[in-house]
Design a protein around this ligand. Structure first.
Ligand SMILES: *Cc1c(COP(=O)(O)O)cnc(C)c1O
Length: 342
């Protein structure tokens, strides 16, 4: 199929409606048949659970064209499992991994000419989500739900090469209270908008959040997990916490560090006061893969990361090259990491 007439290397990270999206409704205690629709708008009750009580959760993953022309997704089974865990916490019906993957395949095959070409730097971003669409006025789970999955082409996160960013230590907590920090839900993002705007006004790209209970340990930013590299360049450290979102990129990078690069890996609580002892600091997530951090602003002075503001440090660079090589089909990944759609 011919690709859409788009200047792939020039697009940004924004929403562009494509031809089809997948939709499936849960009501009367069960899921109906899923199908594709060309309608980009949804019509719901003014009293829908999502509008009144923020009952909604989402996922984000990318689809790529590889060098030999295959269309693939990176570990989508883990997105399915994480959406199931989000649904359990928000009392929403779960979508099985099998149904999630067949919806993904159907969606992408219907929008094949929107998949950016190999080498363009752009990818097809997939946004699956589930929300309460039925009316609730007393606080309760919604009586009905929609599972929806749409896709939109997105450009390379860093135009003109990867640049280190400046972040700031936040006075706020990332997530809503009640222990919802480990689910991927709009309510956590809503909570991060105010501190996010505040950081941007001061000239910082992201907030570093500490654990809400003791403000001693590093958690994550609004939408990405931290990874740290020790000064000897031999060890990758990442925070262990029940209140951060378990990043699929982070989990994958820890395997790449150990099995592909021969590094030691450590998932453990990371005290904020040891951050200045690391050589490299990175943020990881699907959108940017790894963003290097060059500086962390704190009320007690700025922490300059030794790898600096000019470029990504050597260990993070190798990690990034290896994982993107696996995603783009240039390096053989571990069994089951690359899901071939067609
Ligand atoms: C999505 C997300 C991440 C990154 O997870 P990936 O699976 O690597 O994309 C990290 N933190 C939060 C809060 C997120 O919502």
């Amino acid at each position: 199929m011919p690709k859409k007439a788009i200047e792939w290397s020039k697009i940004g990270f924004g929403y562009m409606p494509t031809d089809y999206r997948y939709t499936r409704i849960w009501k009367d205690g069960k899921w109906g048949e899923g199908s594709l629709t060309d309608k980009a708008e949804v019509t719901i009750s003014e009293c829908a659970g999502v509008l009144q009580y923020a009952q909604t959760g989402f996922e984000g993953l990318k689809v790529y064209e590889t060098k030999n022309g295959d269309i693939v997704a990176f570990r989508p089974d883990l997105n399915a499992e994480r959406l199931q865990s989000t649904c359990r916490r928000l009392i929403m019906p779960e979508i099985s991994t099998e149904d999630f993957l067949s919806a993904l395949d159907e969606l992408v095959k219907a929008n094949l000419d929107w998949v950016p070409p190999f080498g363009s730097g752009a990818t097809l971003y997939i946004r699956p989500f589930i929300y309460g669409c039925g009316p609730v006025i007393g606080v309760a789970p919604s009586p009905s739900y929609e599972f929806r999955m749409f896709c939109t082409p997105v450009g390379p996160y860093f135009k003109g090469g990867v640049r280190p960013i400046k972040i700031m230590l936040s006075d706020y907590d990332r997530a809503a209270p009640h222990g919802t920090g480990n689910i991927k839900a709009g309510l956590n993002y809503a909570m991060s908008l105010y501190p996010g705007e505040y950081a941007h006004k001061l000239g910082y790209s992201e907030n570093m959040y500490l654990d809400a209970a003791t403000r001693t340990y590093v958690e994550e930013t609004g939408g990405a997990n931290f990874i740290f590299v020790t000064k000897d360049g031999k060890r990758v450290v990442t925070p262990k916490s029940d209140s951060i979102l378990p990043s699929i990129t982070r989990r994958s990078l820890m395997v790449v560090a150990k099995d592909y690069l021969g590094l030691e890996v450590e998932e453990r609580p990371v005290r904020f006061d040891e951050v200045s002892s690391f050589a490299e600091v990175g943020l990881c997530g699907t959108a940017a893969v790894i963003s290097p951090v060059g500086l962390i602003h704190t009320p007690d002075g700025d922490i300059s990361v030794p790898s600096g503001m000019d470029e990504m440090g050597p260990v993070l660079t190798k990690l990034r090259e290896t994982i993107t090589g696996i995603q783009m089909g240039q390096i053989e990944g571990p069994e089951g990491w690359v899901h071939k759609i067609c």
